[in-house]
Design a protein around this ligand. Sequence first.
Ligand code: AMP
Ligand code: FES
Ligand code: ZN
Ligand code: ZN
Length: 317
Amino acid sequence: MKCKVCREPAVIDIRRHNANFCGDHFLKLVRDQTQKAIDEFKMFAPGERILVAVSGGKDSLALWDILLELGYEANGLYIGLGIGGYSDRSGDQVRAFAAERGLKLEQIELRDQYGYDVPTAAAVTKRVPCSACGLSKRHLFDKAALQGGYDAVATGHNLDDEAAVLFGNTLRWQTEYLARQHPVLPARPGFPRKVKPLVRLGEREMAAYCVLRGIDYIVEECPMAVGNKHIGYKEALNAIEATSPGAKQAFYFGFLARAVERFADAAPAYAEAGDTAACTRCGVPTTSEICAFCRLLERTAGAEPVHLTIKGKRVDA
Ligand code: AMP
Ligand code: FES
Ligand code: ZN
Ligand code: ZN
């Protein structure tokens, strides 16, 4: 197996590109593909300030590293979700990454700053943990970016993530979600621009990038996500990709090129953000009097912290 570029021994094969790469040329490929996504979707320009949401996992830590290597100004944002030992370990990973490289990291602890954590919010709202978790993350990413004067919030969603979400949205024809599934969401009043620069790269490539760059990341997945639909969609797509390399990329980029615009009507609230009012508590634009985040704060206020169990197993240790 030889590198496609220099013919030296290769360390990785990328079947959808039908090519093998040595370490150096693979790192270059990853940076080039990231830059290509940034340019193709006009995510941001040199000189703009980026806030990278970092979870401690491979994708977001690699993204932070890549953006810095590409010469962008990027600070990190970590949100401590209070999911027991998993959150402790992911926070440690992010802090170590930032400290070793002398990077600026903003940190928010849900329990300390907002008086609740994800397991407690899930118990109080009686919904799946990922729902309170996603709501909290979105609200706090937006707030931190606006307060810090950042031009965009970048997340580590990769091709596998986006293809799986697209698969789920398509299976159920969730047209409103389909309309918004784009690697760039432009800024609108009260909300910063949001970008996903890793959409041209897969999970396996991000793991290899971290290994080659010596980036330590948390390998365990969120214990509360175990068994969720998203994981099933990824497995289904992986099975298809195994016999049909490039299928995932064709599915996702074909959707962006030829289908996403057809769903524009399904997300009018997004297109015309004008008919929203400011949340009476926190001021973010919302369609009701109090935004979903402030309602969550109200519901979790004073709630006893819970130990969440999934299928009889405690997941907060
Ligand atoms: P996930 O929803 O866990 O697949 O994560 C998607 C992306 O959201 C990650 O790549 C990060 O950019 C960001 N993210 C997830 N969890 C956190 C967290 N606790 N703090 C900051 N960013 C996060
Ligand atoms: Fe949000 Fe697991 S990361 S519930
Ligand atoms: Zn090479
Ligand atoms: Zn609010």
